[in-house]
Design a protein around this ligand. Structure first.
Ligand SMILES: Nc1ncnc2c1ncn2[C@@H]1O[C@H](COP(=O)(O)OP(=O)(O)OP(=O)(O)O)[C@@H](O)[C@H]1O
Ligand SMILES: [Zn+2]
Length: 698
């Protein structure tokens, strides 16, 4: 089987963005820009395409964010769904439908999906011991619990997945699990859940992925799948003890919801249904016909869900087709650091659209030309500027502008009739004819970077042709020759207008406008470029020319870099404010009552481990023996102390300060410090011997 080579229709999905924040450039480069290029390309080739997506609105992270902000989950999802949907539309992501998983059609579809599998006996129903937070009186799953990954040792793996190694986990697999709600160590409590026995699908997955897709899936995707399958798959709970999500629709499911990664991929199906309903079409062939090609665009952290779990669900259900390919991308970073919603380390799409109005294509191009297809890549503002100034402006824009301006200058904007095509002209036109096929080959292998460079090569070809032929010189001596040159150049410009559409849709539109391409009786399309000798006939009248791109100045780039610098500073100061005292003698604070004071739980502890926080100059990660337990405390004291100097030091700890994450490490308290006359930090402690760790101070 392998590749489905001549499908009757395509279903293209892009990962459902999680509605706990807006869209950033990582999402775009990893998923939405390549998916959009591919879908636009397929439509230009005359295919029947359903390009679907929607907001992913369930799950623990949204529950947690709502709790933190003191609002309802619905308020969170409504806010981000609106921002995300609008920014995608303004950016030109050409979804046929953008839905949301809180929609009724989705609740219904996901419940039916679950029900069918339930009735077929595809689940194991089992009462097992799950992690439970006695203080919050809640079961802990997914992002409610972190601990050490049993596969790679990463210390902040979630209850369902380790983001470091991509493994999918059960919460009870975590080593040293800890509740992210209260910071306490969970106990075990019995509860009933439904499990998808992935081990039953091993044979199916082996044949389908390891045999049939060995040569056409990307090596990063195939490799991850192979290692999971080789390690052996285990049953995975697909339900949760939570109040936010799709209720488990079977007996005994009261108070439980579907696991977010069970319902989210079904969102692709619901979105297709919503679209088909609106268009008066039948949704089923898009998901159930063997002659449909299904492709999932995702980032690498979603591979297990799209290649192992969802396909097993589709296979179990019975009626569905499987993805033909899952061209997952690696990750994009920003100026050397990991993109992060919580640390505000991002270029946000909605902000970009405001700060660079009408420049969607510049970002699309910069992200595509530098896409993280085979390895993680870095977005830098300097690269963005040079992609714009040196490629879009200097090559693409320059060529088109010369052609349009000269056509107006010499012929009042009418395409001249060629007289005699010489070898150079013929070669240029032949080269143009080869481009659609070259681009198709790259696009159909999901090599979008390569394709974007091929497109730029067509503009280069046009630029070189004009530079070599120099019509602006010849116009004084050989007017007939100039007509031929301009005719050839106009054909190349038309080719660019057509072939750039998937990559640079706004530019393509503008250029087609200048060429009045759509008004031609038989306007040429993608495939016509290879077969027709004339794309823009002699005598055809152009519109006035306008610039396709503008130069980006250093000051604009500096502004963006300053913005990131400010983010860095803001992050650093919030990190330090909780750990160090002000430099000057601070004025007295307002009087507090004894009750206020007695809320403070101050205790004696001893530092038993200390190490530097990687990549943070000022922070030490300390382990403090508190008598009853051992705490991790992140403290901004690295400028004053070496780790080895403070081992065994007695300290005073604020033991009931709400836990707080610093650089990804949860700090479970604060050590009291003051400063000596030279500004060096000193510990506030009791120097009496014989005071035990854990003793309270009052
Ligand atoms: N930096 C990145 N580079 C490439 N792809 C990314 C990046 N960040 C997220 N993605 C992909 O974008 C899609 C949507 O992401 P999702 O909404 O789930 O956010 P996320 O992975 O939680 O990201 P973040 O934590 O940055 O908000 C997923 O397929 C994910 O793999
Ligand atoms: Zn791991």
């Amino acid at each position: 089987m392998a590749q489905n080579t001549s499908p009757s229709r395509y279903t293209i999905t892009a990962a459902l963005p999680y509605t706990n924040g807006p869209i950033h450039i990582g999402h775009l480069a990893g998923v939405y820009v390549p998916a959009d290029i591919y879908s636009r390309y397929l439509r230009l080739k005359g295919n029947d395409v359903a390009f679907v997506c929607g907001s992913d609105e369930h799950g623990v992270a949204i529950s947690m964010k709502a709790k933190k902000e003191g609002v309802t989950p619905k308020e969170i999802i409504d806010k981000y769904h609106a921002i995300i949907k609008k920014s995608f539309a303004d950016f030109g992501i050409s979804f046929d439908n953008y839905s949301r998983t809180s929609a009724e059609v989705h609740h219904k579809t996901a419940s039916e999906f679950f029900n069918k599998m339930y009735e077929q006996g595809d689940f194991i129903e089992e009462e097992t011991e799950q992690l439970y937070d006695d203080e919050a009186k809640q079961f802990l799953a997914d992002r409610f619990v972190i601990g050490t990954c049993p596969k790679c040792g990463h210390e902040e793996a979630y209850g369902d997945q380790c983001e470091n190694c991509g493994s999918s986990l059960n919460a009870t697999d975590l080593i040293n699990p800890k509740s992210t709600i209260t910071g306490t160590v969970p106990s075990l409590k019995k509860t009933k859940h439904w499990f998808l026995p992935l081990d039953r699908y091993e044979g199916f997955l082996k044949k389908w992925i390891l045999e049939e897709h060995k040569s056409d899936w990307k090596p990063n995707v195939y490799g991850q799948c192979k290692s999971w399958i080789d390690e052996g798959l285990k049953p995975r709970a697909v339900t949760r003890d939570l109040d936010w999500g799709i209720p488990v629709p079977v007996e005994g499911g009261e108070g439980k919801v579907l696991y977010v990664w069970f319902d989210a991929p079904i969102g692709y199906i619901s979105s297709t249904k919503e679209w088909a309903e609106r268009e008066g079409k039948d949704w089923e062939p898009y998901w159930k016909s063997k002659d449909t090609k299904l492709v999932h665009f995702i980032g690498k952290d979603n591979i297990v869900f799209h290649c192992i779990i969802f396909p097993s669900m589709l296979e179990a259900n019975g009626d569905y087709i499987l993805p033909d390919n899952v061209p997952a991308n690696e990750f994009l970073n920003l100026e050397g650091n990991k993109l992060s919603t919580s640390k505000n380390w991002a270029v946000w799409l909605h902000e970009y659209l405001e700060e660079f109005p009408n420049m969607q294509d510049v970002l699309r191009y910069a992200l595509t030309a530098n896409a993280p297809e085979t390895k993680d890549n870095d977005f830098t503002w300097k690269d963005f500027q040079s992609r714009n100034n040196n490629e879009l402006v200097a090559i693409f824009g320059n060529f088109v502008n010369r052609v349009a301006v000269l056509t107006h200058k010499y012929y009042d904007g009418a395409v001249p009739a060629p007289t005699n095509l010489n070898t150079v002209d013929k070669e240029a036109l032949e080269a143009l004819k080869a481009f659609p096929d070259t681009l198709s080959k790259s696009l159909e292998r999901y090599r979008f970077r390569e394709a974007s460079q091929e497109l730029m090569n067509l503009a280069r070809l046009g630029n070189k042709y004009l530079a070599d032929q120099e019509p602006w010189k010849l116009i004084k001596t050989d007017e007939e020759r100039v007509k031929t040159i301009m005719f050839v150049a106009l054909q190349i410009a038309t080719g660019l207008a057509i072939l750039s559409e998937p990559f640079l849709p706004f530019t393509s539109n503008k250029l087609k406008g200048i060429l009045r391409h759509a008004e031609l009786d038989s306007a040429s399309h993608w495939d016509d470029i290879a077969t027709r000798d004339v794309l823009l006939p002699a005598g055809h009248q152009l519109n006035p020319s306008e610039l396709l791109f503008r130069k980006i100045e250093d000051t604009e780039i500096q502004q963006q870099l300053d913005k990131l610098e400010a983010t860095k500073k803001a992050n650093a100061s919030t990190t330090l404010s909780t750990d160090t005292m002000d430099k000057e003698t601070a004025p007295l604070k307002d009087t507090i009552t004894f009750d206020d004071f007695s809320k403070l739980d101050l205790r004696v502890g001893t530092i038993i481990e200390a190490e530097k926080m990687p990549k943070a100059d000022k922070l030490l990660i300390l382990k403090v023996d508190m008598g009853l337990d051992t705490r991790t405390i992140v403290s901004g004291i690295a400028n004053s102390f070496k780790p080895e100097d403070i081992l065994g030091k007695k300290v005073t700890v604020v033991a009931n300060l709400a836990p707080r994450k610093l650089r990804g490490v949860e700090s479970q308290g604060m050590i009291l410090m003051t400063e000596d006359k030279d500004g060096k930090l000193v510990f506030v402690n009791t120097d009496e011997d014989g005071v035990n760790n854990g003793e309270t101070i009052n």
